[in-house]
Write a protein that binds this ligand. Structure first.
Ligand SMILES: CC(C)(COP(=O)(O)OP(=O)(O)OC[C@H]1O[C@@H](n2cnc3c(N)ncnc32)[C@H](O)[C@@H]1OP(=O)(O)O)[C@@H](O)C(=O)NCCC(=O)NCCS
Length: 208
C-alpha cells in the first residue's frame, strides 16, 4: 500500500493495522502473545501498589485476569478494535517487560485513545513518553485516523506529563466511566490532531 493511500482521511479500510513490532528510541513495542502470561503476571504483581491507585483492573489481579487480558488483546487486534503492546527496552534488561500500552478505538470515528502503565522499577526514564510517541506515529498512519487522545484522572499528575510532553492539548474535563481508586473521578482529555500534509507546492520547494 502506498503512503498516500494511508494519508487519505476517511479511507476506512477495516484490515489496516499498526505494526506488530515497533522500535522507537529506547523502547521496543511488541504485540502481546499468549506466552507473555508469566511475565505480565509477575510485572503487574511486582508493581501492584504503584498501579492500583490509577488502574482499576490492577485490584485483585490474578493469573486468570492476565489470561483474560491477553485473550482479549489477541481478539481485539484481530477485530481491529484494540492494539495492545508489551513495552520492552533496548538499553538495559533488553526484552524484559517494562510496561504495557494500547491504542483503542473507543472514542468514535477517526479517533484512537492511548492508555499506558510502566513497571515501578522503570518509571521516570521516559518510557511512557517514548512508547506513546511511537503509537501516535502509528495511529496517524492508519487510514481515517485524525485524532489521538489520552485521558487520565485529574489527580494523576504523573500521567499528565506524557501528553503535555508530546504536544497534546487539553480539550475537556468529564466524569470517568470507571474511576480510579485514588482519583477524583474527573478525567482530563488531551488531544493531538493529525498534522496536515504539507501542501504540494511547499513540498516541491522544500526538495528543489
Ligand atoms: C504514569 C506512568 C505511565 C508514567 O510512566 P513513565 O515512563 O515514568 O513516564 P515518563 O518517564 O515518560 O515521564 C514523562 C513525564 O511525565 C511526568 N511524570 C512522570 N512521572 C511523574 C511523577 N511520578 N511525578 C510527577 N511527574 C511525573 C514528568 O513530567 C515526566 O517528564 P520528566 O521526567 O522529564 O520530568 C507511570 O507512572 C505509571 O505506570 N503509573 C501508574 C499507572 C498509570 O497511572 N497509568 C496511566 C493511567 S491514565
Amino acid at each position: 500500500m502506498s503512503g498516500r493511500e494511508n494519508d487519505r482521511p476517511g479511507n476506512d479500510r477495516p484490515d489496516a493495522r499498526p505494526d506488530e513490532l515497533i522500535e522507537h528510541g529506547q523502547v521496543v513495542l511488541r504485540r502481546y502473545r499468549m506466552d507473555d502470561l508469566d511475565a505480565i503476571v509477575q510485572t503487574v504483581t511486582d508493581s501492584a501498589a504503584h498501579l492500583r491507585p490509577w488502574m482499576p483492573w490492577a485490584a485483585d489481579y490474578t493469573r486468570e485476569s492476565a489470561e483474560e487480558f491477553l485473550a482479549g488483546s489477541i481478539q481485539g487486534w484481530d477485530e481491529g478494535t484494540v492494539f495492545n503492546y508489551a513495552i520492552t527496552i533496548t538499553t538495559t534488561d533488553a526484552g524484559a517487560l517494562a510496561g504495557g500500552i494500547g491504542l483503542m478505538r473507543r472514542i468514535g470515528p477517526g479517533g484512537l485513545e492511548i492508555g499506558y502503565w510502566v513497571h515501578r522499577a522503570y518509571t521516570r526514564r521516559g518510557l511512557a513518553t517514548a512508547a506513546s510517541a511511537a503509537l501516535v506515529e502509528q495511529a496517524f498512519r492508519l487510514p481515517g485516523v485524525d485524532r489521538v487522545e489520552i485521558v487520565h484522572d485529574e489527580l494523576n499528575v504523573a500521567s499528565s506529563g506524557i501528553p503535555r510532553k508530546l504536544g497534546f492539548t487539553e480539550v475537556e474535563r468529564r466524569p470517568i466511566e470507571l474511576p480510579a481508586p485514588e482519583g477524583s473521578g474527573v478525567g482530563v482529555v488531551w488531544r493531538l490532531t493529525r498534522p496536515d500534509p504539507m501542501p504540494r507546492c511547499t513540498v516541491a520547494r522544500a526538495v528543489s
